[in-house]
Ligand binder design. Structure first.
Ligand SMILES: [Zn+2]
Length: 96
């Protein structure tokens, strides 16, 4: 059963999804390559299509807060621009 709160747009299991993803990507920021040396280091998960319910791996980026903020301000770090170029539209838009 999915329980959601209007004030929390993320699914309740997003923490474990985020943790698995960060482990898989080696606790490195995908924007600047900064390594989060411990799981407590603040790394965030960004949804490429800005849809928090789309937790398809191709839609997720592990970012430090600095890169996450830069991306939200429309200034994606170099590594993100590279990665976005590699993403196919099919990967991001899986609704067709
Ligand atoms: Zn970063």
């Amino acid at each position: 059963m999915l329980r959601r709160f209007s004030s929390a747009p993320y699914p309740t299991d997003s923490d474990s999804i985020a943790t698995r993803l960060k482990e898989k990507r080696g606790w490195d920021c995908e924007g600047c390559g900064h390594h989060g040396s411990t799981p407590r280091r603040v790394l965030t998960v960004h949804h490429v299509d800005y849809d928090p319910s789309n937790n398809h791996e191709g839609n997720l980026l592990v970012l430090c807060q600095k890169c996450h903020l830069a991306l939200q301000q429309g200034n994606p770090p170099h590594l993100i621009r590279q990665r976005q170029g590699q993403l196919s539209l099919e990967e991001v838009n899986h609704e067709s």
